[in-house]
Design a protein around this ligand. Structure first.
Ligand code: ADP
Ligand code: MG
Length: 453
């Protein structure tokens, strides 16, 4: 069969990165072009999860790219290692009257959600460590393992990382990963179709059961009953159960007491909101996964503005990337500011500055560069304005010492404390400095918030 020219793949990836950046991942470089036969390009993908991602989300875009770069009407196929040398398998169709989802349909695993791409910080250290232990020794570390916390804090990511690690270590494990909604749907469909014994056979014979968002069992009495028996069957057989929820077991409303106590009998770990440093490294990791070139000060800027949850952080990064693409410009701090200000507007109460206003006022007043303020440079001309920023940020925003330190060049909270004491002490003896600080403060309280453009 004709091999593919080596330039084909690089042209293909260039095209995709220019036209379908959202979909691209850094591991696309590892996909191997196999051959081209009868107008079909075949590419080999060694990781099953990556293969599924490409097949499910990328086929149309790769086909388009192949046609554009070759100028020919080509079709595209991704193949895994087992089918590399066998004829194209027919896609398996479900026959429509099976109420139970096929196992590989439930496994909507994202190749982005692995332990490698999970950033550990104070808010998720325990949850992460326990997840790693469960993935290494299913059924023997913590059983059940129950993760809870607010939205967008990494619960689904951890569940999928566990699932993917187990599958990689032992590919024949019968592992079932699904959302609580799929479980209850399958249950109701099975009841309707009179197929409860199939349902029980399916769910009670897995080695590992992973259910996301189990709090949706709330108020669903029949599903709770069925889940209780599923749980017991697995638990008694020493099979691993992993669950996630938006609340701790005893805080899930309308959940049977016997389920609450089952959930509490293993390890319950909470994920909390990430601190500033963690947010910065998450943004860097996401940028890497997406293959984005992001200057040092951009993650810090985004992380200082967005502290709600990680999904919001990712959304901000996506907007920055979108704006960069629209303007055909590289990502820069200026661009990030524009993307985020345009979207979030600024809803600070009148007269209450945010960290951005402080930084802007200080850079203007002292004529220093923003990148210097946020850098590790220690030169005196930068050190004083930076200390003033820290002092103002502490006084006028609700950021912690730790967060302020992180924002200004990754410094720790003792540096911020030192800065605050220094400014306080110097203002007492240095009238010029205290006058400058006063002026900055009055500028800040007058200055209107930047308007969304
Ligand atoms: P949840 O299930 O708790 O609502 P997700 O697991 O869906 O949250 O996480 C939301 C997004 O944030 C996902 O894209 C996920 O990859 C990302 N994310 C969450 N926590 C982390 C982390 N610690 N490191 C890297 N990415 C994270
Ligand atoms: Mg989730």
């Amino acid at each position: 069969m004709p091999r593919l020219e080596s330039s084909f793949k690089s042209n293909l990836l260039d095209y995709l990165r220019r036209n379908h950046a959202d979909m691209c991942r850094h591991w696309f470089d590892e996909i191997e072009p196999l051959d081209i036969e009868g107008g079909v390009v075949r590419m080999l993908v060694r990781e099953p999860v990556q293969l599924r991602y490409l097949q499910r989300c990328c086929l149309r875009q790769f086909t388009e790219a192949a046609q554009q770069v070759s100028g020919r009407l080509l079709a595209f196929r991704f193949v895994g290692t087992e089918e590399e040398f066998v004829a194209a398998p027919q896609p398996v169709q479900s026959n429509g009257n099976d109420p139970l989802p096929r196992f590989d349909e439930q496994m909507l695993l994202s190749p982005d959600y692995t332990f490698d791409t999970f950033v550990v910080g104070p808010g998720n250290r325990l949850a992460h460590a326990a997840a790693v232990a469960v993935a290494d020794k299913p059924g023997r570390a913590y059983n059940p393992y129950f993760i809870h916390g607010g939205v967008g804090l990494g619960k689904t990511h951890l569940l999928q990382a566990i699932t993917q690690t187990i599958l990689r270590n032992a590919p024949t494990t019968r592992i079932c990963y699904l959302s609580c909604g799929s479980f209850t749907d399958a249950f109701h469909e099975s009841v309707k179709a009179g197929r409860m014994s199939d349902f029980r056979h399916r769910f009670r014979n897995v080695d590992i059961l992973v259910i996301d968002d189990i709090h949706f069992l709330s108020k669903r009495e029949q599903s709770q009953e069925e889940f209780f028996h599923t749980f017991n069957a697995l638990y008694q057989a020493g099979r691993q159960v992993v669950l996630s929820s938006d609340a701790a077991p005893s805080d899930i409303p309308d959940l049977e007491e016997r389920l609450t106590s089952r959930f509490n009998c293993g390890l319950v770990a909470r994920v909390d909101r990430p601190c500033f440093e963690t947010r910065v490294s998450i943004l860097k990791t996401k940028a890497k996964v997406l293959g984005l070139e992001v200057p040092e000060d951009v993650p810090a800027y985004i992380a200082a503005r967005i502290d709600s949850n990680i999904r919001e952080l990712e959304g901000a990064l996506t907007r920055v990337r979108g704006l960069a693409a629209a303007m055909d410009a590289p990502i820069s701090l200026e661009l990030a500011k524009a993307a985020i200000a345009a979207d979030a507007g600024d809803n600070r109460p009148a007269g209450q500055p945010n960290i951005q206003n402080i930084v802007e006022a200080v850079t203007r007043f002292y004529d220093v560069k923003l990148t210097d303020l946020l850098s590790k440079r220690r030169h005196k001309s930068i050190a004083l304005p930076r200390q003033i920023c820290m002092w103002l940020a502490r006084k006028h925003t609700r950021f912690s010492l730790e967060e302020i330190g992180g924002y200004f060049g990754g410094r720790d909270h003792t540096t911020v404390m030192h800065a605050i004491r220094t400014i306080d002490a110097r203002c007492r003896v240095d009238q010029r400095l205290s006058g400058d600080v006063e002026r900055l403060e009055s500028d800040l309280s007058r200055e209107p918030a930047p308007q969304a453009s």
